[in-house]
Design a protein around this ligand. Structure first.
Ligand SMILES: CC(=O)SCCNC(=O)CCNC(=O)[C@H](O)C(C)(C)COP(=O)(O)OP(=O)(O)OC[C@H]1O[C@@H](n2cnc3c(N)ncnc32)[C@H](O)[C@@H]1OP(=O)(O)O
Ligand SMILES: O=C([O-])CC(=O)C(=O)O
Length: 472
């Protein structure tokens, strides 16, 4: 019997009752409740325009409403020419340094870059060799979880969804912290370093327990090796035989570099800033950000891309036939194919127009690997999605707005080449993006100085209070 059922039984004097009376709710009652909601809740589309509401905090041209100043990142996707938005190739700049230069530097020197990026994001300047060495060792030494945390919080409370488990584990770490409510810079720094180091450990442990509990497979709890950098630690604890090649670890490291930060306005980072601005604790802010990233329009799109690929592989007969693929994509937009959401995952972006630099780097890296990994058809189809979606949109919606592949289109193929299970794709995004979240939390806490509080225009009509006995 589940805990809920037991509590329910207790409350009902020993009679077993369905928890939350779900059985009753599933029938007509639930339908009636939803009908009641629909009857009383409708906002006319024209009212948004009438009251100048910036839906999704967007200006008329799709650009984001300016919500703050930041030193951390610049996401450059268009230029304004005489007030008009002009599409340009995308640029991603961490603390003034172009992401392409960071990647090229690490590739040239054949070394890991994630630790360097975390330092850069948190402190504001590239580390020197001594600082980098010290910081990489500090992160490695901080990866262990508190005593009995895995037993009490992960093994005893598995989740079928690793993002859900990450959020719950981060919240649970609050009670293992001696000073969780202290929002001084020193304490935020300490908590940030611990969380950045521990999230990969939580992810792998949560996955192993999920395997055992839900998939009835063997789970492995390999000890951490304090000599390993983040990407190596992930592969070394995830794989049954603990083995991986330096090339594999560097490819995973590349993914971590690319996902680490994306400005203050992306949904999960803005969530961090919103929660931080209320003065709440680090665990609440990071758990909320994980919840945001999980969504299929944000980081969760990397799993949805693979699901979409499955629909394409099954639904398209000739993978070289652009017309057939385009027709399938049109049906996806019309909610007749795919997951019926109307979305083509991995395509489109709130800021980028001609290109997302991360998607280009990931595509360049997966192209030479796809055949060896047995993913040639998958790559061919994703390239077709990238090539054809803008045309399909132009045909369907009659607009020629520039639209590009985003970071989520090719990341899943890279992970597949590394043998990483699909359910870890979004958690890996979180393991990397937590660096950006922490940097923004510190910036918001030190420099924001105002609770974030936008307004909602009320369009409700006044109505008189009617005593209960007189209501129909
Ligand atoms: C890490 C990341 O978060 S990257 C983004 C990952 N998400 C995805 O890949 C999901 C698919 N893409 C999308 O849903 C969108 O492109 C987003 C969420 C990324 C950006 O959304 P927006 O900034 O609102 O997009 P934009 O202003 O260009 O689009 C407006 C219209 O095009 C639609 N649209 C944009 N992209 C897509 C898409 N990939 N598939 C279907 N429709 C789309 C929007 O739903 C909207 O339609 P409407 O005007 O009829 O309401
Ligand atoms: O910036 C955005 O809106 C989404 C995105 O690409 C990210 O968070 O990496």
């Amino acid at each position: 019997m589940t805990t809920n059922a037991m509590i329910w039984k207790h409350l009902n004097g020993g009679d077993t009752v369905t928890p939350y009376a779900n059985e009753d709710l599933r029938g007509d009652t639930l339908k009636d409740l939803c009908d009641e909601f629909r009857k009383n809740n409708h906002i006319r589309a024209e009212d948004y325009e009438r009251f100048g509401v910036k839906r999704g905090l967007r200006n008329q041209d799709g650009s984001g409403v300016m919500a703050g100043l930041s030193l951390i990142c610049n996401v450059h996707g268009y230029v304004l020419d005489d007030g008009e938005k002009k599409a340009v190739p995308g640029k991603l700049i961490y603390r003034g340094v172009d992401i392409n230069d960071i990647v090229d530097g690490c590739v040239k020197e054949q070394r890991f870059g994630f630790e360097e990026v975390v330092w850069l994001l948190l402190f504001g300047k590239l580390p020197n060799p001594r600082q980098l060495h010290m910081f990489a060792r500090l992160l490695a030494d901080s990866r262990e979880l508190p005593e009995y945390f895995v037993e009490d919080m992960i093994i005893k409370a598995p989740s079928p969804n690793i993002m859900n488990k990450l959020a719950r584990s981060v919240l649970a770490l609050y009670s293992y912290d001696d000073d969780p409510e202290n929002n001084s810079l020193e304490n935020l720094m300490l908590q940030s370093i611990h969380l950045i180091a521990q999230l990969p450990t939580i992810m792998v442990n949560a996955y192993q327990v999920k395997r055992r509990h839900y998939d009835r497979e063997t789970m492995y709890f390999h000890p951490l090796d304090p000599q390993q950098d983040t990407a190596e630690a992930i592969l070394g604890t995830l794989r049954m035989d603990r083995k991986f090649t330096p090339e594999e670890a560097r490819l995973l490291d590349l993914c971590l570099i690319l996902h680490a930060e994306h400005g203050g306005g992306n949904n999960s980072t803005f969530t961090t800033r919103v929660v931080t601005s209320s003065g709440s604790d680090t665990y609440s802010a990071i758990a909320a950000a994980i919840g945001s990233l999980k969504g299929p329009r944000h980081g969760g799109a990397n799993i949805k891309v693979m699901e979409m690929l499955g629909y394409l592989l099954r639904g398209v007969k000739d993978y070289d036939d652009d017309e057939e693929i385009a027709r399938f994509l049109e049906k996806m937009i019309d909610r007749e194919e795919g997951d019926r959401s109307g979305l083509i995952y991995g395509m489109g972006h709130a800021v980028y127009t001609l290109s997302d630099p991360r998607a280009l780097i990931l595509r360049d890296n997966v192209q030479p690997l796809a055949e060896k990994c047995g993913l040639s058809d998958e790559l061919k189809l994703l390239e077709a999605v990238e090539r054809l979606t803008p045309q399909v949109f132009a045909r369907k919606k009659g607009n020629t707005k520039a639209m590009c592949a985003n970071v989520d289109l090719y990341s899943g193929l890279v992970y597949r080449c590394l043998g990483i299970p699909q359910e870890l794709f979004t958690p890996l995004f979180a393991v990397s993006r937590i660096a950006g979240w922490c940097a923004h939390r510190m910036e918001e806490s030190e420099m924001g100085k105002r609770i974030i509080r936008p307004a909602y225009k009320s369009v409700a009509k006044m109505s008189t209070y009617v005593p209960l006995s007189q209501r129909e």
